[in-house]
Design a protein around this ligand. Structure first.
Ligand SMILES: [Zn+2]
Length: 408
């Protein structure tokens, strides 16, 4: 049992929070008291820990090894293919664990990662990530999505079924790259259904409006009554449809209970390079989806690899981009990296209420907007009530008076 004292919630309340047995046991107005062993969070904002709904840990931290001069999606896929032979088990484990340490230090305690399966790498990345998932159990919830190449009607479809037997938690794929995109959606859904697992597809990661497998997906999920969770990641082409189409497809997505994951960092980087004037944003139709009642989460996708060579693995950076480029209100952007991805990942909610998991992050800030804006790396992170990461920073800044004093 422990107490977090004088924490500011995202709703602006000043509270004391009691943690016990891995859960939030009590939340009361701040008493101003503190006992030895308590955590004094005066001047800090306490948030649910972040959940990363879409990562690629097997590719993380390869940007220098696998340059992508074209800067687009195909260039990134080719760059990864060029280094496939160097992706040994030990290399994948080492980079994935380094990426997890970065995420955890910044307050992310759950990560869903897509893992390449099939082609030249075979099952190697999956075996490595299964090892990492087991080793990190209790610190970071790691969910593995089998990401197979195309065509799904050929060997990749068989590889997907194999991966689900070899430890992958979810079925994945990228039907928009398939010669038969709509059929590919059906194959992935069937594989997930047979294995009894959720589905998370790379969906319509293109500015080509003619590709809209999201609608097929919503239709199939509704018609078949698919009983497991379904996530559509990217959904870039929905963002370039006319607003009537956006509304129709968003309504179908909401009614099929498909969660959509927007990935601003990678899609602002990869998409739009063929449009030097009025460059379109590679973002899904965030407003239409939210208006229809769909769950819209946001993720970091690629951590310094050929698909996105910069980025800090910080959910607050993702949330800031959802404000800047996705036009979410700051409060909704914080939800997009906390509440929404937890729902998409099938994790219990953390709303700072008794009974919620004590998965939390605190950072020095006046309020939630200040926390999102400053995004200081000074953070304390709790997983199941235990401090699992603590970063402290010290900076020293000269004052104008000091400079005047030195000049005399
Ligand atoms: Zn991805």
């Amino acid at each position: 049992m422990s107490w977090l004292r004088s924490a500011r919630t995202s709703a602006g309340e000043l509270v004391d929070v009691k943690l016990a047995d891995g859960l939030i046991a009590q939340v009361i107005p701040a008493t101003g008291t503190s006992s030895p062993g308590d955590e004094n969070l005066a001047g800090q904002v306490l948030l649910p820990s972040f959940a990363e709904p879409h990562a690629h840990l097997d590719k993380a931290l390869t940007a220098a090894r696998a340059p992508n001069p074209a800067g687009d999606l195909l260039g990134a896929i080719e760059a990864m293919a060029r280094i496939a032979g160097t992706l040994t088990h030990a290399d994948i484990v080492a980079r994935a664990e380094r990426a997890l340490r970065i995420h955890l230090a910044l307050g992310t305690t759950a990560v869903r990662t897509h893992v390449n399966v099939g082609g030249p790498v075979g099952l190697r990345p999956l075996e490595a990530l299964v090892e990492v998932r087991e080793r990190w159990r209790g610190l970071v919830d790691l969910q593995l999505v089998a990401l197979v190449p195309v065509p799904l009607s050929g060997q990749p479809g068989k590889d997907l079924r194999q991966a689900l037997k070899e430890g992958a938690d979810l079925a994945g794929g990228a039907p928009h790259l398939d010669p038969e995109p709509d059929r590919a959606v059906g194959i992935c859904l069937d594989a997930a259904g047979e294995a009894g697992v959720p589905l998370d597809l790379h969906t319509d990661e293109t500015l080509n409006p003619a590709i809209l497998t999201l609608e097929t997906m919503a239709d199939l999920v509704t018609r078949t009554g698919f009983p497991h969770q379904v996530t559509a990641s990217h959904c870039v082409s929905l963002g370039v449809q006319d607003s009537k189409t956006q509304q129709r497809v968003s309504a179908a997505v909401a009614s099929a209970r498909i969660a959509v994951v927007a990935l601003p960092q990678t899609n602002l980087y990869l998409q739009g390079r063929a449009h030097p004037a009025a460059t379109p944003r590679g973002l899904t139709a965030v407003a239409a989806l939210r208006a229809a009642g769909a769950t819209v989460a946001a993720g970091g996708d690629n951590l310094r690899d050929p698909f996105h060579p910069v980025g800090r693995g910080d959910a607050l950076e993702v949330a800031a981009l959802m404000v800047t480029a996705g036009h979410l209100a700051p409060r909704d952007a914080l939800d997009a990296v906390t509440t929404a991805p937890r729902a998409a990942l099938g994790l219990p909610p953390v709303s700072l209420s008794p009974g919620d998991p004590a998965d939390l992050v605190a950072l020095p800030a006046a309020d939630a907007l200040d926390a999102l804006g400053s995004a200081t790396e000074q953070r304390t992170v709790w997983r199941a009530g235990r401090v699992v990461a603590r970063t402290t920073l010290h900076s020293s800044v000269a004052s104008p008076q000091q400079l005047k004093g030195a000049a005399r």
